[in-house]
Design a protein around this ligand. Structure first.
Ligand code: 16G
Length: 260
């Protein structure tokens, strides 16, 4: 359960930085550029802080109020801000909860109404080292497909993934396949369904490089989930390490106690 949020009005917040939208990927549409810029600004504010009025923000970014409104609506859907009619727009609590179900990023995002996408950083064949071969039950030196991706929801980076798959299970897999859901490709093309995973979860902070990829300040908090996924034949098929933004994720579990 989220704790009650204390709302604060921050006097004269300058949200847009000096270089305005120039530093943001020009291939994004205008409202997405504003969204990306706003997320960086929100990271420096506190939960409950009030954003300047729309008119003022639109002026700061040099965009129309309609564009600004579109950006704010997108951020509200992602849970970055909440809007209180008549009162304004406020920095919101983190929202994405990882449950104890075995799901992939695309499924997690679709369940919340977001469009998932990926930015592929690395796709290569490597030989398995001792740890990878032990966990994936391969001979040392067997080939792995090694993948690194930034996972994005509605244009905003949410998590970084490093994944190893035994190459012999996924012949012909290419980098292009990784623009979308890996779990879909595994199921539809290779008949591999992940049914169980061993996971470990730890807290960390992001390095400078990770911070740049995630669009957060260096040393921001992060949640690391390491997963060893098994398929319907009980074979270990995926070894993954996902780094989630600590400001966007929490973990939720149902816990039980024996009645007797
Ligand atoms: C999540 C998984 C990752 C998996 C990916 C597939 C965790 C901790 N990690 O990031 O292991 O490869 O989803 O997502 O849940 P996709 O089907 O959208 O590519």
């Amino acid at each position: 359960m989220n704790s009650p949020v204390v709302r604060r009005t921050v006097p004269s917040v300058k949200i847009a930085s000096e270089d305005g939208l120039e530093a943001v990927d020009p291939e994004l549409s205008k409202h997405e550029q504003v969204k990306v810029h706003l997320v960086a600004a929100l990271a420096k504010m506190q939960v409950g802080d009030k954003l300047p009025p729309e008119r003022e923000l639109a002026e700061q970014f040099g965009v129309s109020r309609m564009t600004l409104r579109q950006a704010i609506a997108g951020l509200a859907r992602l849970g970055y801000v909440s809007r209180a009619p008549g009162a304004g727009t406020f920095v919101a609590q983190p929202i994405v909860s990882k449950s104890s179900e075995l799901t992939g990023f695309s499924e997690d995002m679709a369940a919340r109404g977001f469009t998932a996408s990926s930015r592929l950083l690395v796709f290569e064949y490597v030989s398995a080292d001792a740890a990878a071969s032990r966990e994936l039950m391969l001979s040392v030196g067997e080939m792995l497909v090694h993948i690194e991706r930034v996972r994005v929801a509605d244009g905003l980076p949410m998590c970084l993934e490093r994944i190893d798959l035994p190459a012999r299970y996924v012949p012909g897999l290419t980098g292009d396949d990784l623009n979308f859901s890996l779990y879909d490709v595994l199921a539809t093309r290779y008949g591999i369904k992940l049914l169980r995973a061993e996971q470990s979860i730890s807290a960390s902070v992001v390095t400078e490089d990770q911070a740049t990829l995630l669009g957060v300040p260096t040393r921001s908090s992060a949640l690391i989930i390491e997963r060893l996924g098994f398929d319907q034949k009980h074979r270990p098929v995926e070894r993954a390490r996902s780094i989630y933004r600590g400001d966007r994720y929490d973990l939720r579990n149902t816990v039980h106690r024996d009645a007797g």
